[in-house]
Write a protein that binds this ligand. Structure first.
Ligand code: NAD
Length: 251
């Protein structure tokens, strides 16, 4: 029997089988949880459906739109009065803001990346809160580029720094209500999102070369940590950013 038997967890951000959110969903399911999926748009829905068997509950949610988020969580509330976890694995920045110099970032590009990659974490948690059970967990995904100047990660590094700060403030707000908020700082993995970063191959190669066995972290390894952080097994961890990168951050 898994440690999430009988629990329901909302997972946001599965684009395809390479998505970190998919690794999280699988690990949550392996531990007995029912996963409720949200998708960005019809294109993502089609892609997601290919991974599922048709029995799962799916809801559209564009996190750049408050009405869409509100509607999504109302739909989830109609389906189940209570959820036990929320996984936010969503980020976006314009391609031109993931290369060159940060001095060339535009006001609009900055606002867009912060909105989708950081503010959305606050917004979805706001709308999820009324149905989050006691002892539930909220998890988001971040990257080392929040604290180091990783070549080309630029705008996303700035957005991730903001996201990690949001994790700490939200954790302080929600812990009295017995809801834990944490982040996973994953190593570089080849997903759709990472291909937006110029020379992303170098980012991945660098990450792989710094692991003990030259094999980069997998979405399964990130997913297992996510399942642990969602569960009450991690009751002592609040407002933390946990590296799941096979030690890349050490050097
Ligand atoms: P991915 O492309 O598989 O997932 C990104 C998801 O964001 C997609 O499902 C996309 O639909 C969703 N999204 C973007 N804009 C949205 C919007 N307006 N509304 C709703 N959904 C939206 O890539 P991934 O690498 O699995 O990314 C998941 C998270 O992991 C991101 O926060 C990313 O920054 C983070 N992360 C990735 C890596 C990596 O190397 N891949 C490393 C550390 C952290």
């Amino acid at each position: 029997m898994g440690f999430l038997e009988g629990k329901k967890v909302v997972v946001m951000g599965v684009a395809n089988k390479r998505s970190i959110a998919w690794g999280c969903a699988q690990a949550l399911r392996d531990q007995g949880a029912e996963v409720i999926y949200t998708y960005q748009n019809d294109r993502m829905k089609k892609s997601l459906e290919k991974l599922l068997d048709g029995s799962e509950f799916l809801v559209e949610c564009d996190v750049a739109n408050d009405e869409s988020i509100k509607q999504a969580f109302e739909t989830i509330k109609d389906y189940t009065s209570e959820i036990h976890g929320l996984v936010h694995a969503i980020a976006y920045a314009n391609k031109e803001d993931l290369q060159g110099s940060v001095l060339d970032l535009s006001r609009d590009g900055f606002a867009l990346a912060q909105d989708v990659s950081s503010y959305s974490f606050i917004a979805v948690s706001h709308y999820a809160k009324p149905i989050l059970a006691e002892n539930s967990g909220i998890v988001t995904l971040t990257y080392l580029g929040s604290e180091r100047a990783v070549p080309n990660y630029n705008m996303m590094g700035i957005a991730k720094a903001s996201l990690e700060a949001a994790v700490r403030y939200m954790a302080a707000d929600l812990s009295p209500e017995k809801i834990r908020v944490n982040a996973i700082s994953a190593g570089a993995i080849k997903t759709l999102a990472v291909t937006g970063v110029k020379d992303y191959q170098k980012l991945i190669q660098l990450s792989e070369s710094r692991t003990p066995d030259s094999v980069g972290v997998t979405i399964e390894e990130v997913g297992n940590t996510c399942a642990f952080l969602i569960s009450p097994l991690s009751s002592g961890i609040i407002g933390e950013t946990i590296f799941v990168d096979k030690g890349v951050h050490l050097s």
